[in-house]
Ligand binder design. Structure first.
Ligand SMILES: *Cc1c(COP(=O)(O)O)cnc(C)c1O
Length: 429
């Protein structure tokens, strides 16, 4: 029997009249999968509860921050304390210092840090610092990596002048797009050709060390190291965008996992405990370029908001104390293999790519080939995922409402819930 979603339908109609697409961030509108987005009234642990009274086991995880699930008791307690101390101060305060010290301890490459309000802001500011530090204008990014909605990052590989980017959003000027160069992921030559031609003008190369916003495009470690080495040879900085991977794959993020020191790193999602927080950090000499120490202007009325800082602090402290990473990795690995097994018994082609507690179901490809590049995403994937998404939703499992977004596990998911997910997945196939 289909779920009753009549209240969501009514709210969606009213929202569409007042906000673009009825939402405040595009993928929430379900455009990629069709149908009515569920209006979620409340979340607890591993579950979402919609306005019609339906419940779902949540694999979207608010897009990544909720690694302990919703309403984690320790974070909640700290937020309640923070509220009773006043929720916006606009002054120097001790909470951002405590979080900065903890991040520095977890990620030594973060010698200094500045807190902002979103991942987008973090990237925007890191790029500004890179340009100021090098006196160069060009930025090299990779096709399939997402770095927030910064103008210069809303670009894709252009068709004409080989590597020159084209705007990927209306409202981004050609001249801004022209300052970004785009290379393919997992390609040993593409970025090298660009460096050979423009190396002396490239301020920085920016990458998601695990690209997780256009599918989960697992990169070879040797490839990442070689990109970093090539940047260094040309005097360009390396920016690791760890907005998803930071504190998600381990306390040290991917910089820690690879044992490398990017010049600049950006954070968001997990670092704010589910509140609007971003951060950029890295080499001390680079962060000292930022106002008021240096000439790079950057500011924020609500930056280092005490509620958000204390939520982030409770989050990172708990991660450090409980170290859930190995357990989460094992759960995701077992789940991925169980889904593949279900698919193979039904004769459906499926590879589940997973990294730490993130996983991505790839339909319609050749089994046991890893998709590392957007051009390798199988043509049939989107349609199959979309059908599957709705069948899972009807059975009470909320996966990301897009074939190109990843799913997340949290410590709140029980083994019984994961087993029921595998069962429902089998039925949906
Ligand atoms: C989510 C994300 C961003 C953007 O962060 P917002 O907080 O949504 O602005 C940037 N980079 C990466 C890698 C992300 O995953």
């Amino acid at each position: 029997m289909p779920m009753n979603i009549s209240k969501s339908q009514i709210l969606f109609e009213r929202s569409k009249a007042l906000s673009p697409g009825g939402v405040h961030s595009p993928v929430r509108a379900f455009r990629g999968v069709g149908g009515t987005p569920r209006f979620i009234a409340r979340a607890q642990g591993s579950k979402l509860f919609d306005v019609d009274g339906n419940s779902y086991i949540d694999f979207c995880n608010a897009w990544g921050p909720m690694i302990f699930g919703h309403q984690d008791a320790e974070i909640r307690e700290e937020v309640e304390k923070a509220l009773s101390d006043g929720w916006s101060l606009g002054t120097a305060e001790p909470y951002s210092l405590a979080l900065a010290e903890l991040v520095h301890e977890c990620v030594p490459a973060v010698e200094k840090i500045r807190f902002v309000n979103s991942g987008t802001e973090a990237v925007m500011s890191a790029l500004r610092v890179a340009r100021a530090a090098t006196g160069r204008n060009l930025i090299l990014k990779f096709d399939g990596c997402y770095h927030g909605h910064v103008d210069s990052m809303l670009v894709r590989a252009g068709s004409g002048l080989a590597e020159m980017a084209s705007p990927d959003s209306a409202g981004v000027s050609k001249s801004v797009a022209n300052e970004t160069l785009v290379a393919p992921l997992d390609d040993d030559q593409g970025y090298k050709d660009i460096f050979a031609k423009h190396g002396s003008q490239i301020a920085a190369v920016i990458l998601e060390p695990i690209p997780a916003n256009n599918g989960l495009l697992l990169q070879r470690e040797s490839w990442i190291r070689e990109v970093m080495a090539e940047a260094k040879r040309h005097g360009s900085l390396v920016i690791f965008d760890e907005v998803i991977t930071g504190f998600r794959v381990g306390l040290g993020g991917m910089a820690g996992a690879l044992g490398v020191r990017p010049d600049l790193l950006t954070y968001g999602k997990v670092i704010g405990g589910g509140f609007p927080v971003g951060a950029f950090g890295g080499r001390k000499d680079l962060l000292d370029l930022v106002a008021p120490s240096g000439p790079v202007y950057q500011a924020g009325t609500l930056s280092a908001n005490p509620v958000a800082m204390r939520a982030g602090l409770a989050m990172v402290k708990k991660l450090k104390r409980t170290n859930p990473y190995q357990d989460l990795r094992t759960k995701a690995e077992n789940l991925s293999r169980a889904l593949e097994k279900k698919a193979s018994t039904k004769g459906v082609s499926l590879t589940v790519q997973n990294a730490s507690s993130m996983f991505w179901t790839v339909f319609g490809g050749e089994n046991s080939t890893t998709v590392r590049n957007i051009s390798k995403i199988p043509a049939a994937h989107k349609e199959i995922y979309t059908h599957g998404f709705h069948k899972m939703l009807d059975r009470g499992f909320y996966m990301a409402p897009s074939a190109f977004e990843v799913s997340f596990l949290s410590t709140a998911h029980t083994q019984a819930e994961l087993d029921s997910f595998v069962e429902a997945f089998g039925e949906s196939l």
